[in-house]
Design a protein around this ligand. Structure first.
Ligand SMILES: NC(=O)c1ccc[n+]([C@@H]2O[C@H](COP(=O)([O-])OP(=O)(O)OC[C@H]3O[C@@H](n4cnc5c(N)ncnc54)[C@H](OP(=O)(O)O)[C@@H]3O)[C@@H](O)[C@H]2O)c1
Length: 247
């Protein structure tokens, strides 16, 4: 299915995982795709493979983002770049708090701030935020990651309000566990992450998430797909802890 009248897209976190799959999908749908992340070698390989345009930029570098984004005037922005760090708020170090807030929330807010006015003026645009089930459900104790994703859930809703009256669509994609490098980065050991989080589990493939994004883009322009929660069939959120104490 065609992607409405969209011509250009900007995808953050494009060097790996879900972001790279979204780039591949968008290029296959005929979009000119600007792919952004820090890893030059991977981005250049992606560009050689797909024809996307590589931008080696750290999303937390506001000056670089401003210089890059303003002239691009993308029809589609995908806020996908994300980091997670192990630990809850009692055990998290200062870097872990700041990095997750800066990448998952602050950078996405700036990118929306920089692209939404142009989309509204052109009466054409689509903002896609890749959040997480961590933003909707509580489990596992990673306070900061959950907080940033919950914030992006509300950013998605409020961006709809900001774009009221214009043909600018906003979609929040809420994935459960997908097979990427994110857990290897969290625990710093790819082999252990593979065993602990993926071996024996029927996780989402990155293409499953990219297909959900593509569905939202492919609907007619009078249709806004606000939220898609996409989880492995065998993964279910929920549960309740109740510590028994006798002292
Ligand atoms: N995998 C899952 O189970 C899962 C579930 C729910 C939600 N998500 C979300 O899905 C999104 C993609 O995650 P993934 O699983 O595909 O993870 P991944 O394989 O670790 O990829 C993360 C991407 O983000 C980029 N990135 C990180 N920090 C950046 C920075 N400062 N500037 C620019 N780019 C940066 C990385 O590129 P560079 O290192 O090259 O910069 C990489 O391309 C994230 O928002 C994540 O929270 C993932």
């Amino acid at each position: 299915m065609a992607f409405s009248d969209y011509r250009t897209a900007l995808v953050t976190g494009a060097s790996a995982g879900i972001g790279a799959a979204i780039v591949e999908n968008f290029v296959a749908h005929g979009l000119t795709v600007h792919a952004l992340s820090r890893n030059r070698a991977r981005l250049e390989a992606l560009a050689a493979r797909t024809g996307c345009i590589a931008h080696v930029v750290d999303v937390t570098d506001l000056a670089a983002i401003e210089a890059l984004v303003k002239p691009l005037e993308p029809d589609v922005l995908v806020n996908n770049a994300g980091v997670s760090r192990a630990g809850d708020i009692a055990t998290m170090d200062a870097f872990g708090v700041d990095e997750q807030v800066d990448v998952n929330l602050r950078a996405a807010l700036h990118l929306i701030r920089l692209t939404l006015p142009g989309m509204m003026a052109r009466d054409r645009g689509h903002i896609v935020n890749i959040t997480s089930i961590a933003g909707l459900y509580h489990f596992g104790g990673n306070t900061v990651y959950h907080a940033t994703k919950a914030a992006m859930h509300m950013v998605s809703r409020q961006t709809r309000v900001a774009a009221y009256g214009r043909r600018v669509r906003v979609t929040e994609i809420v994935p459960g566990r997908a097979e990427t490098e994110i857990f290897a980065k969290v625990i710093g050991d790819a082999e252990r992450a593979q065993k602990q989080f993926y071996d024996g589990f029927e996780s989402l493939k990155v293409e499953d998430v990219a297909d959900a994004v593509a569905y939202a883009l492919s609907t007619p322009r009078h249709v806004n797909i606000g939220q898609i929660e996409i989880m492995p069939t065998l993964q279910v959120p929920g549960g309740l802890n109740f510590e028994k104490r006798t002292d």
